[in-house]
Design a protein around this ligand. Structure first.
Ligand code: AMP
Length: 385
């Protein structure tokens, strides 16, 4: 049924490597379509393992764990990009693995990702490779200040990056990131941050959701509104760039492309995530096929679903900070607005900055959707004074 045709039908067993909320929502979508959905997880109590039909315990690069995964799953995908290329290559010789290791290899390292964008002529902020303090000083002279220094190999939600505001701060920034391979990026005075979730199928055809508007706080996504309040030209440019990136990556799967929109209307690609993305969570309620449905379809080699929105929508993240004074007031938020959809990921320990869940609101007017979602989040907060 699988390897020969590249297509996997329900009720076959499929799996995800990585067991956070993205893996959880992939599994839920797969189960809804009749698949048996498993996970390769470090521990049993993770968001994905809680809902999976089966779990293999182990790190993603551990051969016995990969062997067990290949025994159980006909097709495998990932929920994060930092799975090693050798592990994915090993697995791909035995089972369908989508997206492939080359796609992940490019996006798991900022240097490779920037070089990829440059090579393919995709607009992005000016950048320099930095492997020594001297190279950082050179980057400061060439790119100007302020700039952002980001570690090449790891880092998400603002971790592994530091703002360099003046030349005297460069040495401290270099040390604070551990004197490791970095990229220096020119500071972009952006008017807005947008993202496009694109899905590329086994036949090389792609579909995309409309661009969304993202708002970050402390480098962590706080809210997403879709469709973004941009004109048809910017919307088409963003989608075209996302299609071109998916094609150049030769990816099969879901890819999110994040953009800066400058005040002059220029789109610069900030980041590529070769998997469903936090800014696409609202597609669960807002679109005909959610980004997780599409991930299932892509990994199983099925025709892709419709990205059309049934309604504009907004999503707000629920970070662990909301638990600072005790359990958030769920009932108050739900009573105030019955249109609020709550998603909690089953994480036991709230921590500041940790993504514990999200809420989505549909409304004919995207700005009203956002206002309602923000009001619902405010209603969760206990006031202790
Ligand atoms: P990243 O982890 O690279 O996506 O960065 C997280 C957030 O930091 C982005 O969503 C932006 O809000 C901000 N940021 C990153 N790079 C830049 C830049 N070159 N100029 C301005 N803001 C940036």
């Amino acid at each position: 049924m699988s390897a020969a045709t590249g297509i996997v039908h329900p009720p076959a067993s499929i799996a995800v490597i990585g067991s956070g909320q993205l893996g959880r929502m992939f599994i839920q979508a797969a189960q809804q379509m009749g698949y048996q959905a498993g996970v390769l997880s470090a521990t049993n109590e993770t968001p994905a393992a809680q809902v999976a039909n089966w779990t293999i315990l182990g790190p993603p690069d551990h051969l016995p764990a990969l062997r067990a995964l290949a025994d159980r799953a006909e097709a495998v995908t990932v929920e994060f990009e930092n799975v090693s290329a050798p592990a994915l290559r090993w697995l791909a010789r035995r089972r369908i693995v989508r997206p492939g290791w080359r796609t992940l290899w490019i996006s798991q390292n900022r240097h490779r990702e920037k070089a990829f964008l440059t090579r393919h002529g995709v607009p992005h902020a000016p950048w320099r490779s930095v492997r020594t303090e001297d190279e950082l000083n050179l980057a400061v002279r060439e790119l100007g200040l302020p700039l952002i220094l980001k570690t090449s190999a790891t880092g998400y939600d603002g971790k592994g990056q530091v703002l360099v505001e003046n030349a005297a701060a460069a040495a401290g920034a270099w040390r604070s990131l551990g004197e490791t391979a970095c990229v220096a990026e020119a500071w972009v005075e952006f008017a807005a941050e947008l993202s496009v979730v694109v899905v590329r199928g086994r036949d090389g055809r792609s579909v995309a959701y409309p661009p969304s508007l993202n708002h970050h706080e402390r480098h962590i996504l706080s809210s997403t509104t879709t469709p973004a309040p941009v004109g048809p030209i910017v919307a088409q440019e963003a989608r075209d760039a996302a299609f071109a990136i998916a094609q150049a990556l030769d990816a099969v799967g879901v890819i999110c492309v994040e953009f800066f929109l400058t005040s002059e209307g220029r789109l610069l690609v900030n980041e590529i995530a070769p998997r469903p993305h936090n800014s696409g969570h609202l597609t669960i309620e807002a679109a005909c096929s959610s980004q997780f449905d599409q991930q299932v379809r892509a990994v199983c080699g099925l025709p892709l679903g419709d990205c059309k929105l049934g309604s504009p929508a907004a999503m707000v993240n629920l970070l662990g900070d909301l638990w600072a004074d005790g359990e958030p007031l769920w009932e108050r938020a739900m009573r105030a607005d019955p249109g609020v959809k709550l998603h909690l990921y089953g994480k036991r320990t709230p921590k500041a900055g940790r993504k514990m869940g999200h809420m989505t609101v549909l409304d004919p007017d995207p700005q009203t959707a956002l206002a309602r979602a923000l009001a619902a989040r405010r209603a969760l907060v206990r006031r202790t004074s």
